[in-house]
Ligand binder design. Sequence first.
Ligand code: NAG
Ligand code: NAG
Ligand code: NAG
Length: 333
Amino acid sequence: MYNVLIFGTGSIGGVYACILSNASANVTCVCRSNYEEARKNGFAVTSSVFGRLHARPVIVRSVQEATQSCSDGFHFIVLCTKATKETTSITLEALEHAVNSRSKFPTLVIIQNGLGVEESFHIAFPSTVIISGVAYLPTTQTSPAVFSHSETEHLHLGLYPSQCPSVSSQTHLHDFARLVRAGNATVTVHDDIQRERWKKIVANGALNPVCALTRCRDRELIDLVDVAGAMIMDVMQEIASVASSQGYEDVVTQAVVEAQYARCLARPYPGVEPSMMADARLSRPMEVYAIVGEMVSIARQARIDTPRLKMLYVLITGLNHALQTGREGTSQV
Ligand SMILES: *[C@@H]1O[C@H](CO)[C@@H](O)[C@H](O)[C@H]1NC(C)=O
Ligand SMILES: *[C@@H]1O[C@H](CO)[C@@H](O)[C@H](O)[C@H]1NC(C)=O
Ligand SMILES: *[C@@H]1O[C@H](CO)[C@@H](O)[C@H](O)[C@H]1NC(C)=O
């Protein structure tokens, strides 16, 4: 039996806790805001894809508590926390104990949005195998430890770094993929997972900051101002040019950009609320660097001109700062 520790039990972590429990893994979850409810009732998911899921994993308050209670150690530590600077440094500190206190190294599975999210973990734990994951799993937490999922589910997995993987790291990767599949979820294993990150960020990197800054959903904004659609498309084109500079021109093609834009238009009014917009509305920290900043930094190094992305990055960084220093609305960190 696999011992799995899930860190971050918001929407993605909560649903995968149920899926992995269903696959008969011994799941332990580190919970913060939904600790009491998760401990009392477990996690419940209502899904248009999976039907109803319910799981009662071991619920703890900290990684330290988890490692103390699990004498055999964890095979996989799954990070589903938000990719913000603050959360990453808290997570790194918390994992120190779990990773370094054992002779057997757990494998880290990082399921987060954006680009460059794996690097600080790789630097901190150079001998730990890192699996990088890109999830398509539209989920909201409707009340603490209760989730509503719809539309689609797909987890893309690959190793970080992807070059020259050892045989043992490939074994860990395929073991984890098999475990998720045993819980009836869909997994694709990739030689280069960064392709999937770029594919996802074409739309995400444009819609997240635009919707967060305006507090308008995508279709709502496109219908509101006649040049909004063209502007969003221009941002996607800039992202495509950055992807090309990194050797991913075959991933983020003109056809992909057009298809992503067509998806916005095809959505019923008022469209989707990207995660950054939801965070902005509630004055929560936004994943500014992972979703926009890293791309701007890559573009600068590659000498690719991205004026729109740069402007969005400055504005969204400013908004995030203002919200977090309590200058707008009330802070609910
Ligand atoms: C997994 O889910 C199915 C269907 O909901 C259920 O019948 C089964 O008992 C679950 N298995 C575990 C190990 O939780
Ligand atoms: C499951 O994990 C918990 C730690 O969270 C541990 O105490 C328990 O012994 C594990 N169960 C098995 C059967 O390994
Ligand atoms: C997994 O999915 C298959 C096909 O959709 C279904 O027949 C089976 O009952 C599911 N198993 C569990 C454990 O949910």
